[in-house]
Design a protein around this ligand. Structure first.
Ligand code: NAG
Ligand code: NAG
Ligand code: ZN
Length: 313
């Protein structure tokens, strides 16, 4: 009996500050007029700057009857060797069957602006995009090793968990408690300040470029965001053919997140408490960076779809 009452509360608490609902937190600050109007008309939210409950929908629905098919769309199983310092994500090797986050982002990008679909389908497409653009920045959502760290038991502030969950929730919650007054809204505000005028300001144009991460941005003669704009426009033009071409931007973003698997993510000693050690202090800058980046990219993504360009500096 008490289990029945306690479970929803526990779930609500643990999902409130999970990676999946934070990936989008900063997005509202950067949405262009049409994208903002679309988001507001499509999903109700009590907070204009976040996408509110829409962001956790995809994480919850994947366990519901009839929706299990959506589970693999939250990640890509990169078959690399992070423990040997060899990190990589490859479209064909890791997403050969097309059932992964790389294709899902393209899939729902074509659906979200398809007026021949029902309003429910369009709403679902938006909610999937919001979720997946956040998830693709989580290093363990772009890693096959030990089921993305789900099969590696770990400790966080004395509690038993697994490596994946420590990245999805444990360390994120502790970061918010330690550094952002225990509030995810404050956390989002703080990240937005870093983007607009702080340590991330000089990085944002590289965040919008989807050239290979091995190629210095300064070599690229194109305006920031030009790759992203071309890519989405081509995809939407091809919509009539119902052929989903793999996109470059999500792949580059997945590679970027995956690179952290070779540096911080698997850099722990067995039995160490991940949330009270240098592991945590090494992870926090990565968590901040990845969440800020993906929120900004999500805004750029929706702006291109609905306003025709990234509309961002
Ligand atoms: C594309 O979207 C449709 C409709 O939701 C879904 O049935 C299909 O599994 C999706 N495929 C991918 C790879 O996202
Ligand atoms: C790996 O962990 C050790 C011990 O905390 C630390 O000195 C080192 O800087 C870490 N490496 C990275 C890339 O974070
Ligand atoms: Zn996860």
């Amino acid at each position: 009996m008490s289990m029945l009452i306690l479970l929803p509360i526990a779930l609500a608490v643990s999902t409130v500050t999970a990676w999946g609902d934070l990936g989008h937190e900063t997005v509202g600050y950067f949405l262009a007029p049409n994208a903002l109007a679309f988001v507001k008309a499509t999903i109700s939210s009590s907070d204009d700057n976040s996408l509110g409950p829409a962001a956790i929908w995809a994480d919850e629905v994947k366990y519901d009857d009839g929706w299990e098919w959506s589970q693999p769309l939250h990640f890509v199983d990169a078959e690399d060797s992070p423990l040997d310092g060899s990190c990589s994500v490859e479209q064909t090797r890791d997403c050969g069957d097309g059932q992964c986050i790389l294709i899902a982002i393209a899939n729902y990008t074509t659906q979200v602006s398809d007026s021949s679909l029902s309003s429910t389908q369009i709403q679902d497409a938006l909610k999937f995009i919001v979720q997946f653009l956040g998830d693709i920045g989580q290093p363990l959502h772009v890693e096959a090793y030990e089921v993305g760290g789900n099969d590696i038991s770990a400790k966080c502030s004395g509690e038993s968990t697994n490596l994946h969950a420590a990245w999805d929730t444990g360390m994120v919650e502790k970061n918010i408690d330690d550094n952002h007054g225990g509030s995810s809204e404050t956390y989002a505000d703080d990240l937005v300040t870093e983007i607009k005028s702080g340590s991330y300001k000089s990085l944002t144009s590289s965040w919008l470029s989807c050239t290979s991460i091995t190629e210095p941005v300064s070599n690229s003669k194109r305006a920031p965001g030009a790759d992203l704009e071309d890519e989405i426009k081509n995809l939407l033009q091809d919509r009539a053919t119902e052929k989903i071409t793999p996109l470059e931007c999500p792949l580059v973003w997945a590679q970027e997140a995956n690179a952290f698997d070779c540096t911080v993510v698997f850099n722990y000693t067995k039995g160490e408490d991940l949330c009270t050690s240098s592991y945590y202090s090494n992870a926090v800058p990565v968590i901040d960076l990845q969440l800020a980046k993906q929120g900004y990219r999500l805004a750029a993504w929706l702006n291109v779809i609905f306003d025709g360009s990234t509309n961002l500096p």
